[in-house]
Ligand binder design. Structure first.
Ligand code: HEC
Length: 289
């Protein structure tokens, strides 16, 4: 081992030594204080945990297929013609959509379009933030961020579970997003809905919690049609939020296959290599025996 002679020790280590010997150890002095704070934390963290208990509404499970081009195209139509009135999707550019949607550039521009923007722009919203703040008191979040944060089932449940709530400024509330500021933009397609409530806890206090919805008025779509549309929107949102997902699923099996083939090759190279190495009992000079 390499040992530094004491007379040549670096200056820093002398300083460190002196500091350690002359100053009282801070740990010893603050030990009672530390124990006291741990006791307080233990006491109050339990209380804090109990106070934030809220009854969770069950999610409606949805299985999306990001290779389903028809679903993606339908979702893109709704999202880029409805949601971008308020939300941006700036994690992605219009120019990367044709390959995701399985359309040519010309067909994409004809059917879906770029909302008056340049083809290579990110998907911004046309709503000025100040005006949006006036409408809904909040700037709607970017949907590519949102789709990365939530599961498809959460997004699907959110989109299908707006219900009438006269106590809210927008007249609606949402099962998975209590006191949501987004208006029910699907009222025309889906119709209005009323909540299915149970006795539960909201932030620790007893309250009636909405855990589902029931139809109140009919919309222009049947339930099955609307649910399908919501699923298509979720598929599209998820695809633009995870732009390399399709490429990853396509390449994945090839990459795993490549590694398997390499493992077999390396095994044979290993065998070949060791077959030529002379082991100690085959050596005529027998070192150490
Ligand atoms: C009229 C404006 C408006 C339109 C149109 C709109 N939204 Fe919203 N949306 C909002 C606002 C405002 C919020 C913020 C809600 C809040 O934080 O209380 C929001 C929130 C959301 C959230 C939840 C975000 C979170 O914080 O978890 C999702 C998901 C969402 N919108 C999806 C959509 C989709 C999909 C569409 C199109 C089908 C759409 N929105 C259309 C205004 C709008």
């Amino acid at each position: 081992m390499f040992v530094i002679p004491t007379h040549r020790r670096p200056l820093n280590s002398f300083r460190l030594d002196r500091a350690m010997t002359t100053q009282p150890s801070p740990n010893r002095k603050s030990l009672p204080l530390l124990l006291l704070s741990v006791a307080f934390l233990a006491l109050f963290s339990g209380a804090a945990d109990a106070s934030v208990k809220t009854t969770q509404a069950p999610l409606q499970h949805v299985q999306i297929n990001m290779l389903d081009k028809v679903a993606l195209q339908n979702g893109a139509l709704y999202t880029l013609h409805t949601c971008t009135a308020c939300h941006a999707l700036q994690g992605e550019r219009y120019s990367s959509l044709p390959s995701v949607l399985g359309l040519s550039k010309a067909r994409f521009l004809k059917i879906i379009g770029t909302n008056g923007r340049h083809y290579h722009d990110t998907m911004a919203t046309n709503m000025p933030p100040a005006l949006m703040k006036k409408f809904t008191s909040i700037i709607p979040p970017d949907l590519t961020d949102i789709a990365r944060r939530h599961s498809p089932s959460w997004l699907y449940t959110y989109l299908t579970s707006f219900y009438v709530d006269p106590s809210r400024p927008s007249g609606v509330n949402n099962v998975v997003f209590h006191n949501v500021a987004m208006p029910d933009i699907f009222a025309g397609l889906q119709g209005l809905q009323k909540p299915v409530t149970v006795e539960g806890l909201r932030y620790g206090s007893p309250a009636r919690i909405a855990v589902g919805v029931k139809p109140l008025t009919a919309g222009s779509m049947t339930k099955a049609q609307f649910d399908h549309t919501a699923k298509d929107i979720v598929t599209f949102l998820y695809a633009v939020a995870h732009p390399h997902q399709q490429e990853r699923s396509r390449l994945g099996p090839w990459i795993i296959g490549l590694f398997l083939a390499l493992s077999v090759l390396t095994y044979f190279i290993y065998k070949l290599y060791w077959s030529r190495v002379i082991t100690s009992d085959k050596r005529w000079w027998r070192v150490g025996r």
